[in-house]
Structure formats: C-alpha cells, structure tokens
Write a protein that binds this ligand. Sequence first.
Ligand code: ACM
Length: 538
Amino acid sequence: MQNSKWGSALIRVLFAGWIGVGIWACAVDRAPEIDYPETDLSAAPLIPKPLSIVPTHDAFGLDRHVAIYSGAADGDFAEVAGFLASQIEAGTGLRLPVDGENPDGIHRAIYFNRTASDGGAGYQLYITRDSVLINSPDAEGAFHAVQTLRQLIPQSANDTLADYPIWPLPTGKITDQTEFAYRGAMLDVARHFFPVADVKKYLDIMAYYKLNVLHLHLTDDQGWRIEIKSWPKLTAVGGSTEVGGGPGGFYTQEEYRDIVNYAAERFITIVPEVDMPGHTNAASVSYPFLNGNGKTPELYTGTRVGFSTFDTRKDTVYAFIDDVVREISALTPGPYFHIGGDESHVTEKDDYIYFVERVAPIVRKYGKQMIGWDEIATADLDSSSIAQFWADEENAREAVEKGMKVILSPARKAYLDMQYDSVSTYGLHWAAYIPVDSAYIWNPQEYAAGIEKDDILGIEAPLWSETIAELAELEYLAFPRLPGYAELGWTDPSLLSWEDYKLRLAAQAPYFKKMDIRYYPSARVPWPEDFPEPEPRD
Ligand code: ACM
C-alpha cells in the first residue's frame, strides 16, 4: 500500500463531503483524465423512481480499473458486494475484485458503508468521478442501492474513450427509501404449474425493480404443488394435473427450499399460500375425508371456482391442516403464512367463520402471521392477521376496523391476469381490462375510502394462471405491467407521473431483451423505434 496514493484518495473523499463515513484502505492509482460525454443522472430511466436525485454532470468510468470494497467485517454487506460483482460481470464481462488486497491497476472504487441511522431498506448512492459510495444502515438497503447502480450501467460500453471498454455512469447523489414495506407479486402455480427455473427468473426480475415479496399460490382445485411429507398423496394425486389436463407437477421440499434461498439472496420473502376452505378439490381428491360429503371427487382441469370446500366441523381436518402448516412453516423463514380463504361459495357462512377462527391459532402456533384474502376479515380476528384486499372494499374496511393491516391487490387495478384489452391473447377480463397506463395510474394510499397509508402494509400484483401454461405466456401478462407495481409500492406518490414513467418504461426494452422477457409491446408505451419487439410465441 502506498500511503500517498491512499492519502490522496482519502482527501478526495473528504472534499466530496463524506466526512464521518468509514472508508477502507485500498490502493487507488491515479486515474487517466478522460473526457466523458455529457451525462445527466436525473435523466436516468430508473424504476422505481428514487426519492431524490441531484446530478453533478460528470461520469464515473466503470471499467477494468474498478474495485469493490464491501466494508470488510460485515458478512451480509460482503454478500451484497459479491452480488453486485456478479451482476456487473454478467452485464459487462468485467470481473471486478471484491475486497481484494491491494489489487493492481485500480483507479477507482465502489465502496459500501454501513451507516448508523435506521433507514428501513433505504440508501444513499454517491457517484463521483473517482468513486461510488453506497451508504445504508442495512444490507437490504445496500442491495436496493445495487439495483439502482445496475440500472445506471449503459447497455453497451463506450469503446472510444480509451483503449479498453468503459461504461460511464452519470455522477450525482441519490437518496432513496421505500414507501411501503411490502412490495409483492404473486404467481399462481396451481392452475398451471411453473417449474423452479421459471420462478427464479421471475425473482431475478422482481429484485431488479426492488420488489421484495413473492406470494406463491401453491394449492387450488386443479393442483397441489408443494410436497407434504406426512400427506404424500397431496402431490402424488393432487399434483398430477392442471387446467387443460396437462401433467401438472409440484415442488419437492428441497426445491421449495431452493426457491426460498434464491429469493432470500435477493431480499425477497416467500409467502406460501394454501388456499382453504374452498379451492380445495385437489386436496379432497387426494384425501376424500377432507370434504366431508362422503364422495370421492375427481381431478378437476376446468376453470370454475367456488365449488369445493373442506368439512369445517371435523377435527381430523384441523389435524391435517396442522401438519400442512407445520411442514411449510418449517421450510419458510419469512414471517407470513397465507390461508387463502377466498370464494368459499359452498361453505356455510357460520362454517367459514368457524374455520378461519380455528386456523388462525394453528398459523400462530407455528410462528407465522396469517394473511388471507379479504373475506377473512368477516371472522373475529385480532390485529395480527392481514387481509389482502382483492374484491370487497367493505371487507377491507372491516379488517382496518379490527386493527388489521391490509395488502392492496384490487383486481380492477392490480391483477396481472386481466387482459390489456379486448384483443389480448391471454388473460381474463371479469374485473377489468387493464392497459399498461391504467395499471400504473392509481394511488394505493387513496384507492379505498377509510384505508389510509398507516393501514396499508403494501401492494401486491397477483398473476393467476388459468389462461397461461408457459413462461412466455406468463411474461406476456406480467410485462410490461410489473415494473409499474414496483414503482407504486416504492415511490412517494407525489413523484408518480404516467408521462414521465412511460419514458422510463420504454427504456427498459434493452433489459427485457437481455433477460429474454416476452413482454406485450403495448402501443401506449413509446418503445425505442429501432428496437425489435419480442418474438411472438410459436
Ligand atoms: C381471488 O382472485 N379469488 C383472490
């Protein structure tokens, strides 16, 4: 280590106004003077839009002379730094050293720094000509800063500035924090099964847009998709088909754990849903005692809803549910267990309420907070349960009166399976047609009278899979709408503007292409003219 070099780097940092933050020893050679083209950080097409951006109109050259420093002793920051390095390598081919000892040829650095304040997933990102500094009180906030940084990396290098490729990042300061703690998406893997690789791809894209909850709708009339070791026929029988009569499938416990871990590496919480007491045909085909009507039902591959129910007055049904909640909770580190509870049309009202009130303590016993679709608010629940508002605003208000938090997924705005318009290839329209602008133009904090910001845990965009069997079909419905929900969950509503957002959304086309996302090229978005639309499906 050469002290003079280290000293001059430190002085530059102090002059930049970062007094009081921890900076780590590293070797920084003199950077060649490069005349960067004009850059403007405030023009960067970031989604979700950050709270504050102050541009300084210079550039940081991301190139082979950059090193990453995680702040040493912090294991969780080191993991985030490693994630950044792997993403930079995937996007640019650059293999930047992380916490290297005195690496040769280093001119500039990206530093992580743990700050003392409690920021709840927030961060500051300072980009100067010489360094990038990520300030955050926690690894989650640092991870969010990394997503912002990734979005600032140009799709292609500038090869004219030096005799090696440089990806110039615009300089300035970003201060950012989330509006809602819960920023979710849901995949229905029950109506059609989607394998682990598809879920991982969805998680990758979610992380890029700072979504932090993936709700998996694991069971429904048409299929049971999670291995339960104490009740093996659930998957052997109940997982054997899907809508349209395809082969179905299920996640082994090992595969489910793999999803959970992959999500956790991206600061995404998995919420498992076992939908009950309705939507349970696949369970009752596997174990006919569950429905209590003395009949063995048949596997169901249609798309009707509301015809199945558990026998809510039978103790053995609750012994079964106890096993299911216990096994899934043991595999799920996140705080939530979703019991469904929607559309139990053939369950008597009294029986429904009795059921929800009996399942709530089972969920609590296994250390989880109960979430259910908004109908659960009709039961006598305490304030620890959470209602997911999808259809009935009265139910959501009833939840709020009980002190429960609400997740906003109003079908008319937030259902990703609603068709864009009457000629959309996939999707349904029982709630609404939801074009890309309509999906974005609403304020969750003002959506329902009597449901205020403090009542709202967050928002979630569910994607039901009655009409989609393949990943490309799933992507057609989810994209380009999903990034809009990410922004509604993250960004201060005073900063939301469709006119501004649609330009930033259009600028995602190269990312969508890089990720091979078969998005719907809505004419309401001014996509780059020279950019190919995704290939239609075969
Ligand atoms: C739902 O769409 N049945 C929650």
